[in-house]
Ligand binder design. Structure first.
Ligand SMILES: [Zn+2]
Length: 696
């Protein structure tokens, strides 16, 4: 893949602005902000809040400059031919702040519909799809536009982008077009029939999995082609959703193929929305920003992915800010995982009433400033690779690894690559992994050459590409879902006691893969069958005895394969941790990794589970990020953690020059013995980066 912007890069050794550290603030302008906007003040306030880039509305549903493109609606609150886009560009550029222009062509006003009804998305019965009909305030009606028709393409969208590139010195384009709405218009009907040889289904949930994404890519490709030819040095963002997205109404959007997304843009961006307004029971995963960044980083040819954080507790509460301690912990994960942070606000500083969040954004950017030069072009120093295919089990593993302070990187199933896998001592294959073609050979080669593989799964059919590596005889028979079952720790697995403490049993639920181990396979834990059906586990206790307290049915086992090792987990540790959150499940995941890393384990961190770590390296530096998520979400106050000890294995003879906490500025006492650095961070606020500097 060779894009024009890369050719530009090769011609000029200087990096482009968007390949350097960014602190981005987006003002989501409201039409009625226009008369209140003082561009000079906005530029000054952006600078004061620590931004070196701002994102501002430019065109699409509403134009913020006097556009000449027919049917491009210009903001009627922008009086006397005012050109807000130009004012912002002038005042920001005077302060060396870059400006990204935002465009969104997904909706258009009804007067545009009346002249061009063919541009609009339609339901299966032919009716158009309006949005926000009941919105108070005498707004004109908006209709959803069709991704495959003129408004989103040549007639308006591309003409607008052309106009802006010709007349305005914007530094980049924020393409708010990551997702296409379902449409059943004549154009879509014909396109679907041609593509798949069958009529478009009446229910969006029955669309072919790649239908909406492929329409989106096809349209975006035209914008990207225009960018590459007209403005190859400018930023053009491309959205990605790393996991399946539940839209409700029985409709799930499949996760985006990040490789494909990266072919129609030069920088990836993703939104980790901390939607608290869904209620405490539906609170977003505590590590979502971190995982989104890890997935975005899989595109190594592109700069750090952008993590867009709406600074509000849900779009219905967009006029107030997230609680600042929650915002800081949530947002710190972006930079701590090698991403570029983008704070999104509704309105401008003058129209934002919740000034507390403005202080929060300022505070965050001040912290980012302290680490960004060291982190610039740093590489993650993970020893563990988690294979990903968008599912529950992947997220369970990710959560378990984070809770155990184990740094890891991710690789999607369509990215499977032997040379990249070889960078990691341990590769984890979650249950249900969608093995791509050729995976069997690659994974065998990885293990043969000394790699350590952890395989989770309960069905031989699912695991068929790696069945021969698991150290078992014959097939795997999948059990029924179980309750009231346990795992027994066997003598060979006694190392598990170092993590779990003094217990013979740990809880078990769900499905198990029954199998027979080969004679030289080491059995760490075995299955203890349920002692009662679910309805009688409580009574009577007189009958609670285990019917078979000891079996020879293995649940976790290790075998050798050529120069490597394979751990097979014939149950669902990742799902159990994700669903039940018991510390035993967490500790088991940590223990599995420790066992498989063995002597090679480089980093050991002793901190509460709620502290997330990440480890990066560059030149003569190692950078250990600690993000403090301790406390019940949504976090109401930052609870400082004390005396966080960590140890880092050094290369033989490697000498340490200094250890320092970059954000708090605290010195970090340390000592080096037998090529192991041990250090202790006295106090951790919301986020710090401990920098270990070696003598080069
Ligand atoms: Zn259509």
């Amino acid at each position: 893949m060779k894009n024009n912007f890369r050719m530009v890069l090769e011609m000029t050794s200087e990096r482009l602005w968007w390949q350097k550290p960014l602190r981005i603030i987006q003002f989501n302008l409201q039409q009625k902000d226009a008369p209140l906007m003082d561009a000079e003040k906005i530029a000054r306030e952006s600078e004061e809040m620590g931004a070196n880039v701002i994102v501002i509305n430019a065109g699409g549903i509403v134009g913020w400059y006097p556009s000449q493109v027919r049917f491009h609606h210009v903001n009627e609150y922008m009086e006397n031919g005012r050109d807000i886009l130009r004012e912002i560009l002038d005042t920001c550029h005077a302060r060396d702040i870059k400006v990204i222009a935002r465009f969104d062509f997904a909706l258009a006003e009804d007067y545009i519909y009346h002249q061009n009804p063919q541009w609009f998305a339609r339901n299966p019965d032919g009716t158009v799809i309006s949005r926000g009909n009941d919105r108070p305030g005498l707004w004109r009606r908006l209709y959803t536009t069709c991704i495959n028709n003129g408004y989103q393409n040549e007639a308006v969208g591309l003409a607008v982008l052309n106009e802006v590139l010709d007349n305005y010195d914007v530094d980049g384009i924020f393409w708010n077009g990551g997702y296409s709405s379902p449409c059943w218009c004549g154009v879509c009907q014909e396109k679907y029939l041609t593509k798949y040889g069958k009529p478009i289904p009446e229910k969006a949930s029955e669309f072919e999995a790649d239908w909406l994404a492929s329409c989106n890519t096809e349209s975006t490709q035209k914008y990207w082609d225009l960018m590459r030819t007209k403005a190859p040095d400018k930023l053009f963002t491309r959205y990605y959703f790393p996991f399946n997205l539940d839209l409700g109404h029985n409709m799930t959007l499949p996760a985006d193929n990040i490789n494909e997304r990266s072919r129609t843009g030069n920088m990836l961006c993703t939104e980790a929305q901390d939607v608290l307004s869904k209620g405490q029971k539906n609170i977003p995963e505590w590590s979502e920003p971190a995982i989104r960044m890890k997935m975005g980083r899989t595109m190594e040819e592109l700069p750090s992915p952008i993590g867009i954080i709406h600074a509000c507790p849900g779009m219905d509460w967009r006029h107030v800010g997230l609680p600042v301690p929650e915002f800081l912990y949530w947002s710190a994960q972006i930079k701590a995982n090698g991403g570029s942070h983008w704070s999104t606000l509704t309105g401008i500083c003058d129209t934002i009433e919740d000034k507390r969040i403005l202080d929060g954004v300022t505070q965050l950017n001040q912290m980012i400033k302290k680490v960004e030069d060291d982190m610039d072009e740093a590489k993650c120093a993970a020893q563990v690779l988690l294979l990903s295919d968008d599912g529950t089990y992947v997220q369970g593993w990710a959560d378990g690894l984070i809770s155990n302070h184990i740094e890891f990187e991710m690789m999607a199933h369509y990215q499977l690559d032997l040379e990249k896998m070889k960078r990691y001592s341990v590769v984890v294959i979650p249950k249900g992994f969608a093995f791509p073609e050729g995976a069997s050979r690659l994974l065998e080669e990885y293990v043969s050459t000394g790699g350590h593989l952890i395989v989770e799964g309960t069905s031989g059919i699912e695991l068929s590409p790696v069945l021969h590596l698991l150290g078992i005889e014959g097939q795997i028979v999948c059990s029924e879902p179980m309750v009231a079952a346990y795992q027994r720790i066997e003598p060979a697995g006694s190392v598990l006691h170092t993590k779990l403490g003094n217990t013979g049993l740990v809880p078990l639920r769900g499905k198990v893969g029954f199998c027979v181990p080969k004679s030289n396979t080491e059995i760490y834990t075995t299955w203890v069958p349920p002692f009662a059906p679910a309805d009688s586990v409580g009574a009577p206790p007189e009958r609670a005895s285990l019917p078979a307290a000891q079996t020879q049915v293995p649940l976790s086992m290790i075998s050798k394969f050529k120069s490597g090792k394979v751990m097979y987990l014939a149950y669902e540790p990742s799902r159990l941790y994700r669903e039940y959150g018991l510390n035993d499940f967490c500790k088991l995941i940590g223990a599995y990794i420790d066992i498989m890393l063995g002597e090679k384990k480089q980093l050991e961190v002793h901190a509460p589970h709620g502290v997330q770590i990440s480890l990066f390296k560059k030149d003569n530096l190692y950078m250990l990020h600690l993000v403090n998520g301790v406390g019940q979400r949504p976090i109401k106050e930052s609870i400082a953690c004390h005396n966080i000890k960590f140890s880092l294995k050094l290369k033989p003879g490697q000498q340490v020059n200094n250890v320092e906490a970059r954000i708090s500025g605290r010195p970090v006492p340390y000592e080096v013995r037998d090529d192991v650095l041990t250090a202790e961070l006295e106090e951790l606020g919301v986020w710090d980066m401990v920098c270990v500097e070696f003598l080069s």
